[in-house]
Write a protein that binds this ligand. Structure first.
Ligand SMILES: [Fe+2]
Length: 275
């Protein structure tokens, strides 16, 4: 059997994982990550989207994650995400491909295009001005299905695709994109942080209960299970949210709550107009 360094020496290594990444010591996973990244890098707009043939192990991670997420969504997902998710009706047994998701998503004016991995905040947000959501296609490492330190296909489809079916999220996403295109470096940092604490990790009150609309929470059963017990909850305050650094490799210690969905939508768009 080859050692990790022997396997990787033969690879044109596109994806570099941190030593604390759950897949760092798994040569099969690292080769697979490169394969899927290569598909995205060779994609040219206007051509058919690359199709990933997910392995039985990857399909199992998808199905297992849905088994855990499904009941938690009934308790913690906001009404708007639940409604959108029912319309999008993702296959919970097999990983859907982006082409199929785009057929339904096209009704909202958005489409998902492949990207090899995490890109700059400006690149990611700016694409949304044109109704493009840049989506990864790889699967999180099977040893840590409850959380991912980087956006994977579960995060993109469960968290973002369903959200992007809601007209308010579509409007906010486009607005984030438009502002990002002209933002200075300093404004870009604030924009990324507010995106993180709202569309990725935001909470709203709904009928006296705490619900989430954040893609990062909706796609992580670890985050959802600790939502009401471990995270420090603060009213959404843009001065704080736009300056509070975050660590994507850990559960979020601080989350921001809006008094309602409508207030969240109004407050975030008002703030974006000040940038
Ligand atoms: Fe995300």
């Amino acid at each position: 059997m080859k050692t990790l360094s022997e396997v990787l020496a033969q690879e044109d290594e596109i994806v570099r994982l941190d030593p604390d990444h759950p897949g760092f010591k798994d040569p099969v996973y690292r080769v697979r990550r490169n394969e899927i990244a290569r598909l995205a890098l060779t994609y040219r707009e206007g051509h058919p989207l690359p199709r990933v043939d997910y392995t039985p192990e990857e399909q199992a991670v998808w199905a297992l994650t849905w088994e855990r997420l499904g009941p938690l969504h009934e308790t913690y997902a906001c009404r708007e995400w639940l409604e959108s998710s029912r319309v999008l009706a993702l296959d919970r047994g097999r990983v859907p491909d982006l082409t199929g998701v785009n057929v339904t998503l096209s009704r909202s004016g958005f489409r998902m295009l492949p990207v090899a991995g995490l890109i700059s905040g400006r690149g990611f947000l700016s694409a949304m001005a044109q109704g493009v959501f840049l989506s990864t296609q790889y699967m999180r490492h099977h040893s840590v299905p409850f959380y991912t330190p980087e956006p994977d296909v579960i995060h993109e489809l469960v968290g973002h695709a369903a959200s992007l079916f809601h007209p308010d999220i579509v409007r906010l996403s486009r607005l984030f994109g438009e502002v990002a295109r002209g933002a200075s470096g300093e404004a870009m940092k604030r924009l990324e942080l507010v995106y993180w604490y709202t569309l990725e990790f935001g909470l709203v009150e709904e009928g006296g209960a705490l619900k989430t609309y954040g893609a990062g929470i909706l796609s992580s059963f670890g985050e959802m299970e600790r939502l009401t017990t471990k995270a420090q909850l603060r009213p959404l305050d843009f001065a704080a949210a736009s300056t509070l650094p975050y660590d994507p490799t850990q559960y979020q210690p601080v989350l921001f709550v809006s008094p309602s969905w409508d207030r969240m939508v109004g407050d975030v768009s008002d703030w974006l107009k000040t940038i």
